[in-house]
Design a protein. Structure first.
Length: 223
């Protein structure tokens, strides 16, 4: 299987003359699960939106397998993005949402998931927050994109569903590169094989999780 890589280079973003992101560099390869951590307002969600192409940047380079991508439409086939807010129209049924999002040959395997099977006959509007989030994550991970950006994937999930989501993420990282941002740092650390801390606009690429304490993101005893 060919290895692919996504590079985000020299990202600059400011709001009201305040630098949010400054010369941020990030590289995500197939098999990577990168945990993107940082305090509220550090620019995590903004960076993910810039990578996906739905947020403008003052300056950026996005490369996939060495090829510079300048148009947002060129990214949609290769990068998927899970926003913080729910993204499936509430008027749909679960079955219809799956039919619209999952290739026909994969629907049977998709629906065989015990969690999915239990909600197949429901409407999106009638799902619990955890059920809907699980469905969204599974749909995003099952499409054909090489890279996946997950913004607050654990929001509303019970401990059991968190474990199931982490299993999905690890299983899909065999053929995808995945970047996760979530305020629940414990789950991010647990599932990630690389950690990046956004602090004061800069991306700090960590060699070990203890650096989260050294750099002031966590306090002693929080790991």
């Amino acid at each position: 299987m060919k290895n692919h890589f996504l590079e985000i280079d020299s990202v600059q973003k400011s709001f009201d003359n305040k630098n949010i992101l400054s010369d941020v560099y990030l590289k995500c390869k197939t098999n990577d699960i990168i945990g993107l951590l940082g305090r509220n307002g550090s620019g995590k969600s903004t960076l993910l939106k810039i990578i996906f192409g739905i947020e403008s940047a003052d300056f950026k380079f996005v490369r996939i397998d060495g090829n510079v991508k300048t148009k947002t439409k060129d990214l949609f086939d290769e990068i998927s993005y899970l926003p913080q807010d729910n993204c499936i129209p509430k008027r749909l049924t679960v079955k219809k949402a799956i039919q619209l999002s999952v290739s026909k040959e994969n629907i049977s395997a998709f629906n065989a998931d015990e969690m999915i099977a239990s909600i197949l006959d429901k409407k999106i509007a009638h799902l619990s927050g955890g059920e809907l989030r699980y469905l969204e994550i599974k749909i995003i991970l099952n499409n054909s994109s090489i890279f996946v950006l997950l913004d607050e994937p654990y929001n509303g999930l019970s401990p059991l569903l968190v474990s199931k989501v982490n299993e999905l993420i690890v299983a899909n990282s065999i053929k995808k590169g995945i970047i996760i941002s979530d305020h629940n740092y414990e789950n991010v650390i647990k599932v990630s094989n690389k950690l990046v801390l956004l602090k004061e606009g800069k991306a700090h690429h960590l060699l070990w999780k203890e650096e989260l304490i050294e750099k002031g993101y966590l306090k002693e005893g929080m790991l």
